[in-house]
Ligand binder design. Sequence first.
Ligand SMILES: C[S@@+](CC[C@H](N)C(=O)[O-])C[C@H]1O[C@@H](n2cnc3c(N)ncnc32)[C@H](O)[C@@H]1O
Length: 293
Amino acid sequence: MTAPHSHTHAHDDASIAEILDLDAVVLTSTLGDITTWVGERVRSPQRILDVGAGSGAGTVALAERFPTAQLLAADRSAGMLDRVRGAAAAAGVAGRVSTVRMDFDGAWPELGAVDLAWASASLHELADAARAFGVLAGVLSPGGLLVVVEMDGPPRFLSGGESTNGSTNAGTSAAESGDGAAELEAHIHELLAEKRSPAHDHPDWSDGIERAGFTRIEKASFVVDLPLEPDAVGGRYAQAYLRRLAPVAVPRMTASERALFEQLIADDGPLSLRRRGDLRLRTGRTVWAARRP
Ligand SMILES: C[S@@+](CC[C@H](N)C(=O)[O-])C[C@H]1O[C@@H](n2cnc3c(N)ncnc32)[C@H](O)[C@@H]1O
């Protein structure tokens, strides 16, 4: 029964890749801030490993930040690695990017030493991240830098109360719009939290990194709070993200919540995420940097 299974994976990969690509566009400046932060901690890395490269946003951002580096993008998904090669070609860095298909929970092939290992939103998907930290310590050259990036929580588009600078939202916030969308989004996240441990998606890796023998461990937060254009990439990102939550959230909604949700994720209509004027993205990234002694 490999066909339906692999079809599901391919379909799932495509929908994840769509969100990753939209995420990369919406969060371009945050990714730039993070790679700048990394650049302050590692000088001209010559070989970089992207652990769980996905559709290649990090690979490309690192290739652009470190113009003399060779990059190795690793992932278990052949479809994602195709996308990495496409993204690298589109960015004009294909000559410095190679790919390797591998399972981080399995036996690691010989990768050669790297000066920087970057793992963004990937380690929380592993069955055994502690083991991966140990293997990465061996892949990094002495003095090499490990960087781990994770989302600090699920992104919010409608709810979220005060913005991170302490002021309330300018204009009509969703909470003020009176259509119940903010309350519904908050409820969806409560429903998801019941299904999955928040620690699973948004783990604190400090102990695992330390136990693997890394030193000089730093942890930083990058806060995102920005308005999104509904009829551009921001609206598509919000729509794609909420649509992905539907299979878990919709069966647990009341009938009126379900009706509102359908209007939110629709392509058109006054309440659609693609039309409403109160979209904001509130999210954040936690980044760890640590040295291999
Ligand atoms: C959420 S995506 C993150 C992609 C990218 N790093 C980013 O930040 O946009 C996680 C990636 O890790 C890969 N991945 C998850 N578990 C893996 C494993 N055990 N071995 C190899 N790759 C894995 C997935 O295929 C996926 O491409």
